[in-house]
Write a protein that binds this ligand. Structure first.
Ligand SMILES: C[S@@+](CC[C@H](N)C(=O)[O-])C[C@H]1O[C@@H](n2cnc3c(N)ncnc32)[C@H](O)[C@@H]1O
Length: 205
C-alpha cells in the first residue's frame, strides 16, 4: 500500500521549515545548477512543487519536465506553480506504475526513497533507472545516518509521524546509496546539510 501525502499537503512545507529551517530546500537547490539547458527532466515526489519555481529561476525556458507525484493534493498545489516557459507534463500516479516511453537527461528524486522499505526501493529504483540516458544525471537528496544519536531520534520521530498521518510503509531508512553503487553510477558532486543528516548527490549513469 503506497503512502499518501494528501493528509500532509496543507502543512508539509511549513512543518519542514519549522524543523529544518531552509536546510531541505537548500539541499535540493544545490543540485539544480547541474540541470543542463534544454534538457528532458523527470521529477518524482516533488511534493507541493516549489522545486518547479526554483528550476524555472535557473532555466526560464527550454526544459521539458515530467512531474510525477502520487498525492492528488500535492499535485494540485504543484500545478499552481510558476514554471516559466518550460513544458511540464503532470502525472498523478505512483512512479512505479508510470510507463516511460522516452529517455531523460536528468532525474530528480528529492526525499522520495526514504518513504520506502528496502524491497519497494529496489523496485522503484529499477523502474526509474531504465529511462535515464547513458551519461544522464540523477540528482538525489535524502536523509543519511552518520552515527549521531540525534539523527536517529529525529528520523524515528519523522517515520512515526508520517506513518500515522500518511501511512508510509517503513520505519527504517533503506540503503539508498547502495542502489546507485550496484548499478555503477559515478558520483560527480556531493554535499551534506543539516549536520550531515541530509545528503545531496549528483550521480552520473
Ligand atoms: C517526503 S515528501 C518530499 C516532498 C518534496 N520533495 C520536498 O522535499 O518538499 C515525499 C513526496 O513523494 C511523494 N511520493 C511518495 N511515494 C511516491 C511514489 N511511489 N510515486 C510518486 N510520488 C511519491 C509523496 O506524495 C510526497 O509528496
Amino acid at each position: 500500500m503506497p503512502s499518501n501525502y494528501d493528509n500532509s499537503a496543507w502543512f508539509y512545507d511549513r512543518l519542514s521549515r519549522l524543523v529544518y529551517g531552509n536546510a531541505l530546500v537548500n539541499a535540493q537547490v544545490y543540485l539544480l545548477p547541474y540541470v543542463p539547458v534544454n534538457s528532458n527532466v523527470l521529477i518524482i515526489g516533488g511534493g507541493t512543487g516549489w522545486i518547479l519555481e526554483e528550476l524555472a529561476g535557473i532555466h526560464p525556458t527550454g526544459l521539458t519536465i515530467t512531474y510525477v507525484e502520487i498525492s492528488a493534493k500535492m499535485m494540485a498545489l504543484s500545478q499552481k506553480r510558476g514554471c516559466g516557459n518550460n513544458k511540464v507534463i503532470f502525472i498523478n500516479q505512483p512512479a512505479e506504475e508510470v510507463s516511460f516511453f522516452e529517455e531523460f537527461d536528468v532525474i530528480i528524486t528529492p526525499f522520495l526513497f526514504d518513504n520506502f522499505k528496502e524491497s519497494t526501493l529496489q523496485q522503484v529504483f529499477t523502474h526509474i533507472h531504465h529511462p535515464l540516458k547513458a551519461g544522464g544525471l540523477w540528482l538525489n537528496t535524502d536523509f543519511k545516518l552518520t552515527g549521531k544519536r540525534w539523527q536517529n531520534v529525529l528520523l524515528k520521530s519523522m517515520f512515526l509521524f508520517f506513518k500515522i498521518v500518511c501511512g508510509i510503509e517503513t520505519s527504517v531508512l533503506p540503503d539508498i546509496e547502495q542502489q546507485f553503487k550496484q548499478r555503477g553510477y559515478t558520483v560527480i558532486a556531493e554535499r551534506s546539510f543539516f549536520g550531515e543528516f541530509v545528503i545531496s548527490t549528483v550521480y552520473q549513469k
